[in-house]
Ligand binder design. Structure first.
Ligand code: FAD
Ligand code: NAP
Length: 337
């Protein structure tokens, strides 16, 4: 295992910021991770686990050991008439993993096609799209405790999954490196198509009978039409979480903006953050080398050569404008280091 010093993270963060890590290592096994823990302790630097770098903002050079979790492998561990249990290494590419599960006739993850990043990061924010979240098909995960060096199993209950949220963002933040994730997938496909234009897209492709690959490809098509490819335009997907507000604020907003986009959410209302930014006149807005994407205002983009300060300055500006106009706070979704 080679510990590298002053390593450029430009290719390992999807904003493409030119920042470096004081130390960097590729970990291909749990033993490599244990060695990384020893090294970080000796150098007295924190460890930052890294997958595809698609949900973080590196705000400058990092005085830390960045560990690229590269643990591979995927296997079916059991199968019965209803469920297929599949375990995947944290370093597996998420989208390739999803497509592999479909080929194995194990269903449930098709709506989560084309989400960038790796399997190991998926539980951190309980990734979700088109009405499905990983918690719907999650069984358990294994993670290495950075304090004790022991492997621990987290069940569905232990993970405390919420909307783009989990225990790994709260009480055990920065304490564990996820090494593998086990999913309980379905033996029979139950299409979930009642989100946006997914049903229409699937029907256009295949008529009434939708197979899992058709759904996956429809999701990919919709995403490619609306979201920027990080290899072309640096971004980290949705930059803000959709805010959840109470009925009273929603009613107030509806008086001024009858077309406000809101969905019922656990007894409250989830507002579409992209709609708020758009309605504030900031869709396609550009401030120097950064801006909001012209097809989805919730995605902040690096037009080329931007610095993390440019991006965070824009984020702050958007938060202010949205707050002044709608009285709603926008919370940044990616982790800022
Ligand atoms: P990274 O960015 O590398 O890491 C994210 C966080 O997880 C960091 O804090 C990191 O330290 C931690 N982490 C990473 N690996 C591990 C590990 N093995 N153990 C412990 N901690 C770890 N998200 C959605 O939920 N739904 C979407 O539809 C979606 N669409 C996106 C579209 C685009 C174009 C982009 C750029 C992003 C999108 N995202 C979406 C956000 C992102 O892809 C997901 O959050 C993804 O799971 C991040 O994976 P990653 O491997 O890139 O994580
Ligand atoms: P969209 O379809 O234009 O929808 C806009 C917003 O309305 C979304 O944020 C979505 O909330 C909400 N919404 C739409 N239909 C809904 C329904 N039937 N029930 C409940 N909420 C509904 O969104 P988009 O930008 O094109 O993204 C499509 C999907 O991919 C969304 O699920 C989105 O979360 C996901 N995505 C996530 C990221 C990320 O980085 N987190 C990036 C890109 C796309 P939800 O977001 O809660 O679904």
């Amino acid at each position: 295992m080679r510990m590298l010093e002053n390593y450029s993270l430009e290719a390992l963060n999807t904003f493409g910021f030119r920042v470096s890590a004081r130390y960097f290592v590729e970990a291909n096994s749990v033993e490599d991770l244990r060695e990384a823990i020893r090294f970080a302790a000796e150098k007295q630097v924190p460890i930052v686990p890294l997958g595809g770098g698609s949900n973080l903002v590196l705000s400058g050079d990092q005085d830390a050991l960045f560990v690229h979790v590269n643990i591979h492998g995927k296997k079916i561990t059991s199968r019965n008439d209803d469920l297929v249990s599949i375990t995947a290494g944290a370093g597996e590419n998420w989208h390739e993993f999803v497509r592999w599960t479909l080929g194995e006739q194990a269903y449930g993850l098709e709506n989560l096609s084309l989400i960038p990043g790796n399997v190991g990061a998926a539980p951190i924010q309980n990734i979700g799209a088109y009405g499905v979240e990983i918690k719907d098909y999650f069984h358990s995960l294994e993670a290495l405790d950075l304090q004790s060096g022991a492997l621990k199993t987290f069940t569905l209950e232990d993970c405390q999954f919420g909307y783009r949220d989990s225990v790994f963002k709260h009480s055990v933040r920065d304490r564990f490196i996820i090494t593998s994730v086990t999913f309980s997938l379905a033996e029979k496909l139950s299409p979930k198509l009642d989100y946006g234009r997914l049903k229409q897209e699937v029907e256009q492709r295949s008529g009434e009978c939708s197979d899992a690959f058709t759904i996956s490809e429809s999701v990919c098509d919709i995403r490619m039409e609306k979201l920027p490819d990080p290899l072309v335009l640096g971004n980290a997907g949705s930059f803000f979480k959709n805010p959840v507000v109470d009925e009273c604020l929603l009613r107030k907003l509806q008086t001024d903006y009858p077309d406000v986009v809101a969905y019922p959410f656990e007894g409250r209302w989830k507002l579409a953050a992209g709609w708020l930014i758009d309605r504030a006149g900031l869709k396609g807005f550009r401030q120097g080398a950064v801006g909001t994407f012209n097809k989805q205002a919730l995605v902040l983009v690096n037009h080329g050569g931007a610095s993390p300060d440019d991006l965070l300055g824009l984020a702050h500006h958007i938060q202010n404008v949205v707050h002044n106009r709608f009285g709603v706070e926008l919370e940044i979704e990616p982790r800022v280091y």
